[in-house]
Design a binder for this molecule. Sequence first.
Ligand code: TYD
Length: 201
Amino acid sequence: MLISFEGVDGSGKSTQIELLRERLTDAGRDVVVVREPGGTRLSEQIRDILLDTDNSIAPFTELLLFSAARAQLVVDVVRPRMAEGYVVICDRFTDSTLAYQGGGRAAASLEWLREFNLRVTDGLVPDRTYYLAIDPEEARSRYADVDDDRMEAAGRSFFDRVADAYERVASEEPDRVVRLNARARRAAIHDEIWKDLARNL
Ligand code: TYD
């Protein structure tokens, strides 16, 4: 089983992932959490390139680098773990590419990117995707004291486009993507996720 979490930086994904990991583990499931970009030696190296504020990276180059990191992660970790019966939780997956490279950078259309993502993951699509929806400005105020990485330095209109693209994906794929109000209490968000998982899997 593959579960992904999505949302702009500061939407509270990490907290919800930790709560879900604990809950699944308590329920006797084997769980592995991976973050994107990253999760393998090569993918972590690509992550460093992508987040380095000294790098100037063209939109299509950025798309290819995120995708390269993902392709390796799928082959090395996600598919093997799924085959062993693990629940794999991804802190970001293909929808981040739709939102950030499609919406934010306008590197390609969402339609084109959906096809491309399928090539990158060799057809792997999350069983459930939990999207933590929040106004990007409010999300930003949650990590205002931390130094910006190269993506976070992109500015307000970029993050508005990212959020718009997330909304579009959520409305176009309601059978997979669960839209959650990231401003709700964390226990309430977690309960909604847990109920949804119980209902669907
Ligand atoms: P990270 O520090 O992991 O952010 P967060 O804690 O919010 O998940 O940095 C990952 C950054 O990369 C984040 O700004 C989103 C961006 N990103 C993309 O632009 N495209 C992608 O396909 C992925 C996976 C991430």
